[in-house]
Design a protein around this ligand. Structure first.
Ligand code: 26Q
Length: 823
């Protein structure tokens, strides 16, 4: 329970100003006369944090009192986005701050740009984790997010000669005012070493693991407030620290400075940097260490919290549900078994039942090559006790399987936790399914395909385990904060901002979809947002954009299956048409690309270079000026998404059907009134079902057609041979039109697409380009387009992550909200 009445924050603007001045003086150690913008930012941040601490203390007290079931979200990634504007909104101090700051000549924009985004993730999976945390707090769900406090987040992207150059993201360089460190709350994590019997019993009994290396996990947390509620949850991030004895004083004294600190550096490398994807074998062992580090620290913490109020281990699953965000934290399953069996003397069968009832697993992919596996040899070396436990789990599982399906060796081989060929590896997804009571995909199509293809045999074995929970996004960040103009317009028409926590209310906009005054204002909002985007683009890239032009955006990680290449083929098509007939009446268009590629992903990086090359050529060709502009905005992140999404007219969701698990950018864009051009992939299908086929531009193969085309004689060549417009596009690229005559520059892109064309870009080309022509005709009817845009927003309420969290609560977690009292 919180201590005696500490009254640090008040309720009036005078109190708030007093808190600011006091923090400036006592926390920052400076006075108003000598404060810099950085001092002001830092002071504002800690003052807002103070207000949230008050709520957090009451949340902890309410949770202690209620002893509810908690959700523990385990994720190697969180893309939280900037905190300042969110916390201003959630504490209701936005207006006060504006007045106080502007009276002293400080703009809110300046303060916002001093706020550094923690980029502790790669893309969709990490941002989903952050949206779910926001919604759990907003719905008063007792929850903790566990993750890793990487010293360096996702790399910063710059371009040199059109090629991506990665720079380190030292996100805490100037400190992080939002976090609380708890250096006295460390856990010790072991690695390597050996195991021995603890009581001479079998392998199933308790054993002792004697690690030969240890490192400390130091927690810090950031506050996760709910919107319109008193609940404040936390996200707890672990950082690796060497033990105090690691510094070699003698060596330092002898002038061997590097050697003196090498042990520290080695231990602390575990949380040094976020891995940008799995496309490199390099540093694999460190990645596995990261995963175990996260899992070991988090489980210790969860058990400690459980023991505050509970004693009986059988009650563990009633108080704890652990959601595994993909397979990255799946070692938590053998780790919980180890803690129960070896350290708390729970017998194997009971421990296994507790474990299975505790865990639930979310899968975020369909690509079999993206399913994580780890070499048995590496696991045996790094985590010898866990490997024994995995063997035991597998042994019992295969024995039971053989009872249900006697002699089915094919089934045994496919479902085994161990893959035998070409080398022995642990299959993390299999371990996750076997050790969890629930498995879910992230969109309807994805969940269906998981059960029919990737995890088919598991789904037949345990149909009741398999669920769908369609992803969602938080409307607070991606509508209210990112698009204040649209938010005001929506609130004005719905008679308040209740829609922010009940997004289905957006349906009320439907009544205004054909209203001329509304359409006029709706277009005004888009135009002003585009003016902001154009100013940013001009400032950062020098490319001048026309706010009247259609804003056509493709913003996401660069990956072949997402098919940025198909979008380039369309852009070159438009370019060729304009060059052939400069008098042609076309719809002026701005094509916006943004996104990072994994540093080792050669094919994706070459497509990226092609985008830049095409942009350069197009933007410098006076024949197409005014009709076509292409801009690649560097360093896509949450902050950049908040800038681009509100100005989009057209949302490109053109992955090959059956490849994108869900997508979440598609939802953010639809909610902000962009109309989608897309395939029947991931959540696009559900978006189209809701906004209506008339308000969605559909093209391309569906998942079944794509799979059968792939199986039966798909020939990319034949599309090239039969379609002169496509031929002209590929010939232009390979002929050097975008590389100053250099025919080699993009040869491998063209060759690979004319050869195998793994993602059927050429097969979908004609359908895509024709569909884009339909888009242009629709755009020319301004009123009709605006109605489509309004309907996209009005009908996308389903895609709130609040709905996603409710689905998890009912279908998987079985948790109830806990109200936190005001005082
Ligand atoms: C794995 C091993 C080693 C190093 C890195 C990784 C790794 C890291 C990140 C593997 C995958 C990821 C991220 C995956 C991801 O973001 N998936 C996306 O998840 C979204 C949320 O569910 C979906 O909307 C997207 O469709 C899906 O691609």
């Amino acid at each position: 329970k919180p201590g005696p009445n500490i009254r640090r924050v008040g309720t009036t603007v005078e109190d708030f100003e007093q808190n600011l001045l006091s923090n400036l003086y006592f926390q920052r150690g400076t006075t108003i006369e000598s404060a810099s913008a950085g001092d002001a930012y830092h002071t504002l941040a800690v003052t807002l944090r103070d207000r949230l601490v008050d709520r957090y203390a009451r949340t902890v007290a309410a949770h202690y009192e209620t002893n509810p079931r908690f959700v523990y979200y385990l994720s190697a990634e969180y893309m939280l986005g900037r905190q300042l504007n969110q916390n201003l909104l959630y504490t209701g101090t936005e207006q006060w701050t504006r007045e106080i700051a502007e009276a002293r000549g400080l703009s809110m924009e300046t303060l916002a740009t001093l706020d550094v985004e923690p980029g502790l993730g790669n893309g969709g999976l990490g941002r989903l984790a952050a949206c779910l945390l926001d919604s759990m707090a907003t719905l008063d769900i007792p929850a903790v997010g566990y993750g890793i406090r990487y010293d360096y987040g996702i790399f910063k992207q710059t371009f040199q000669n059109g090629e991506q150059v990665e720079r380190p993201d030292d996100w805490t360089f100037y400190g992080n005012p939002w976090e609380f460190a708890a250096p006295d709350d460390q856990h010790v994590v072991g690695f390597y070493g050996k195991t021995e019997s603890a009581n001479g019993d079998s392998m199933a009994g308790p054993r002792r693991w004697i690690p030969s290396e240890t490192v400390r996990g130091e927690p810090s947390h950031m506050l996760v407030p709910g919107y319109g509620t008193q609940t404040v949850n936390i996200v707890r991030l672990w950082r690796a620290r060497a033990s105090r004895q690691s510094f070699d004083l003698a060596r330092f004294g002898a002038g061997q400075y590097g050697e003196a600190v090498q042990h520290i550096a080695l231990s602390e490398s575990i949380s040094k940097v976020l891995y940008p994807d799995d496309s490199t074998e390099l540093g694999r062992e460190l990645r596995l260490k990261q995963q175990y580090f996260l899992v070991s620290c988090s489980l210790r913490d969860i058990i400690r919290r459980f023991q505050f109020r509970n004693r009986d281990w059988d009650a563990f699953p009633d108080k704890v549900v652990i959601q595994l965000n993909d397979t990255h934290p799946v070692l938590a399953i053998p780790e919980l078994m180890r803690l129960l069996v070896d350290e708390h003397q729970v017998d194997w069968d009971r421990a296994w039942s507790i474990t299975q009832r505790t865990f639930a697993y979310t899968c975020h992919t369909l690509l079999p090559e993206a399913l994580e596996t780890w070499p048995v040899a590496l696991m045996e070396r790094l985590l010898p006790r866990h490997m024994e436990i995995i063997y035991l789990i597998n042994h019992v599982f295969l024995r039971d399987l053989d009872m249900r399906h006697p002699g089915d060796l094919r089934l045994m081989r496919d479902l085994s936790l161990i893959q035998e060929e070409p080398e022995r590896r642990v299959r993390m997804a299999n371990l996750a399914v076997v050790g969890s009571h629930a498995v879910n995909g992230v969109a309807e199509l994805h969940s269906r395909l998981l059960a029919e293809t990737t995890l088919r045999d598991f789904a037949s074995l345990w149909p009741e385990k398999f669920h769908n929970v369609t992803n969602g996004v938080t409307p607070r960040r991606f509508v209210r904060l990112a698009n204040p103009r649209l938010s005001s317009l929506i609130s004005a028409h719905l008679g308040g901002d209740g829609w922010l926590t009940d997004l289905d209310q957006l349906a009320g906009l439907e009544a205004f979809a054909d209203d001329n005054a509304m359409r006029e204002r709706w277009r005004d909002v888009k135009r002003l947002n585009k003016v902001d985007l154009a100013a940013y683009a001009a400032r950062t890239t020098g490319v001048v954009l026309d706010p009247q032009a259609m804003c056509d955006v493709m913003i996401k990680r660069f990956h072949e299956y997402k098919r940025q290449l198909l979008k380039v083929l369309h852009v070159v098509t438009l370019y060729n048409r304009l060059r052939d007939d400069p008098a042609a009446t076309v719809v002026p268009r701005t094509v916006v690309f943004a996104g990072k590629a994994a540093p080792g992903y050669r094919a994706a990086k070459l497509v990226m270079k092609l985008v830049n090359a095409v942009a350069d050529t197009v933007n410098n060709d006076p024949r197409v000026a005014g009709a076509l502009r292409v801009v690649f905005l560097p360093d896509y992140n949450v902050t950049r998404a908040e800038l681009i999404v509100p100005s989009a007219d057209l949302s490109e969701q053109i992955s090959l059907a059956g490849k994108e698990a869900s997508g979440t950018g598609n939802m953010k864009l639809a909610l902000n009134g962009a109309v989608t051009i897309g395939t029947l992939d991931g959540a696009n299908i559900e978006i189209r079902d809701r906004v209506g086929a008339d308000n969605f531009f559909l093209f391309g193969y569906n998942a079944e057609q794509a799979m059968s085309a792939r199986r039966s004689g798909y020939s990319a060549r034949s599309f090239y041979d039969q379609d002169p417009e496509l031929r002209a596009v590929l010939d232009a690229i390979s002929g050097g039109v975008f590389s100053s005559g250099d025919r080699d520059a993009f040869a491998s892109v063209v060759d690979s697409v004319l050869g195998w064309d793994e993602y059927l870009c050429l097969g979908d080309y004609r359908s895509y380009v024709d569909c884009q022509d339909t888009v242009e005709r629709a755009w020319q009817d301004r009123e009709r387009w605006t109605s489509m845009s309004i309907r996209n927003t009005a009908r996308s309420g389903f895609f709130s992550s609040d709905r996603t969290v409710r689905d998890y609560c009912r279908g998987i977690w079985n948790v109830e909200p806990v109200r936190v009292p005001e005082e």
